[in-house]
Every structure is written in structure tokens, then in C-alpha cells.
Design a protein around this ligand. Sequence first.
Ligand code: ZN
Length: 417
Amino acid sequence: MRKYLNTLIDRVTGFPLEASLRKVLAMDKWSRQEIENYQLIMFDKLKQYAVKSSIYKDFKDKNLNEFPVFSRDFYLSHEKEFLTHFRKPYRIIYTSGTTGLPRKIYVSKEMLLAKRTSHLKMLSWYGLKREYKELYIGWAEENLFLKIYYKIKNKIFLSSYGIDQKKAMKYIEILNSEKPRIIFSYPYALDFILAYAETLNVKLFQPKIIYTGAENLFPHIRERIIKHFPESKLVNEYWSTEANIAVECPMGNMHIDEDTVIVEVINKDKNGVGDILITNLFSYDFPLIRYPLGDRIALSDNYCPCGRKTKIISKIYGRVNDYFPLPNGKKFVFLEHDEQLINMCTNILAYQVLYNPEKHKGVFRYIKKNAEKNIDHERITNYFTKYLTTDILLEEVKVIENEPSGKYKIFKISDSI
Ligand SMILES: [Zn+2]
């Protein structure tokens, strides 16, 4: 029943997901040569649209490696020159970076279809279907239409807003009674829930897969998820607003979605780690050709034992631009400090670091695990004095507040402190 309803919804919304999935799954059996031929054809098609823009109008006969690499700021300041203007863009998405300029991305309907298909491909790789029950913890508008929509889609939606002990317990009860085969969550929201589960020693139902999105999956959160769901598989979908980039296969390798993107790595260091450039083969309205995502990655030289001949990403380092800028010109890079801080968090259930670069002032907010016990004030204070090069105010809170988008920011630039 649900399957037919899904197909009907696809038809009404104009997203032929089943057909698109069949095409993409066929690639699993292709040889390397077939994949590369497909990419050449699709790049030619993208070029036909790209030459309609003023920036690429003379690039008709150029190969991919002859296209220039523009910075993300350049895309933003020369927006009009990239637009291909042959139809009304399907969707415009604004994203805010922690530092640097916000981004404005034109998403074509084909890009969105590719993303949804990539997700179905992931489910299919794990023997799952989209009509299976899924618990979704994140942001969504709550209205009657969406409630019915979620019911049809067999999704249980739980808001990521203001998760405190009471809410966390309620969510755990829902997980244990509904027994979803799939969990999607914003990482930090799930981390909160698991932190509360830990203090109360509750056993959790084990879904088949857990996947996360929207925020960085910090190493300490990854570890916590694996610890609480030993029978589930934590699946990594490497996505950004600009494209679906890669999916982790059951053998644990990140396969590039080569039906959608061409991935290049430039400025490589001696370990092969460099800046990722993506070309989204469906970016017909606003061509993303050799677009720098801001992440650093390494590609593997080998094929995966699972038999697929798509390229594998062996390492992904988070956004290189996620940091607090310090007055001495140095950077406080989030990823480096998360792991260190978590080791100091004895009796801390969750924390958030706020920083005001103008005033060079910081606040460390935390929720205690056990209200009667102390936290290691001195160690934490000394740590920030050393690395943030300023004294930090330690503030105990009951709840860590979300962003309007429902996301949590562990490290946040704030002008209100
Ligand atoms: Zn594989």
C-alpha cells in the first residue's frame, strides 16, 4: 500500500524516483570505463547549459580540466554571471557559514532528484526500502499536512528543539515502542538523547541503520552512537547543499556518487589529502564546475571489495573554515578541540562553546550529569586560557539552545556575550 502511495506522490511531485533509482543501481555493475564514458557524456550535457551563462559562454570546446577554479566568495559576488537563465530555478537555498560569507545555492530539480535517488540507493545497499519505518530527529515544520505526509511516508518525526531530560526520555520510549528500522538524526540532538540514556542506564532498540546530517558529526558523537547501538550500522552520507557526494557501502567504504558528481582533489599534501572540487553534473541553472566545497579529502587508489567500480574517498576532514579567528591571527579549529575537550568533561552531559571575536570573550556552557558532583573547573579554564588565549566564563545551564533551524552548534560565534 505505502509503496503505491509513494509512487503516486512521486508522480504528483514530478520526481520519477523508482526509474532514477534503477538507473543509478545499474552503475553498481559497470566497469570503470563505462562509468567514465557516462561522466563524459553527462559533462557535455552540463556544458550545453553552462555556455548559456556569461561566465562560461566561450567554454563550449573546453575539457573539464580547462575550466578555472573560482573561490566560493567569487561565486557569491559574481552570481548573475553564473546563472544560465533558460528557465526559472527550482529552488534557492541560503546557508550560513560559521565564518566567512553565507552561500546562496541554486538547486535544480535534477540535483534534488539525484539527492533523493542517492538516499534510496543507500537504503537499497542495506536491504532497506523507503516505506520502512523511520524515526526522524531534526527540524521540520509542524502542521496538519506534514503530519499526514509523514504518516503516509511511515516517518515518525521528533523535533530537535530544546531537548532536556524529560524530552529525551519520551523520545527513548518512542524509539523502544515503535522499533524503527531506520533512524535519521541531527548528530547533536541524538548525542543529547544518548547522554541522558547513559545517566539512566536505559536499553535501546537497535535499528538496522542510523544516518546523520545537517551538522558535523564530531568524533565524540560518532563514538557515543556506536557505543549505544552496537547492532546498528552508522552509515555516512557525504552530502552538502551543492550535491550528494558519496555514500558508505556495507563494507565501510565511501563510494562517490559518480552518477551525480565528478570529484577532483587539488593542493594535495604528502598523504594525498587536498581540497575537494566537485562538478555537479545536474547543476543546469547555476553550474557548479570544479566548485571548492571547503573540505579536505583523500581518494583511495583501490577499488572496494564490494565489487563496485566507483571511486572511494578514504578520508574526509571537516570544513577547513570551521574555526574561531583569534586576535593573534591563529585559529581555534573546532575539530581539533572537540576531542580534547570531551576528555575533560567528567560529569558533563553536554557542552557548548560561545565566542565573541570582537570582544575576544568566551563562554563555556554545560549541563551537569550529576547535579551533586562538581566539574573540573580548573582544567577547563586552563585549557581555554591556553588555546583560546583568553579567560572563559563557565556557565551551568539546563538546556542548550538550538539555532532557529533546529540545529545545535557546539562551537558558536556569538555577538551577544
Ligand atoms: Zn563498497
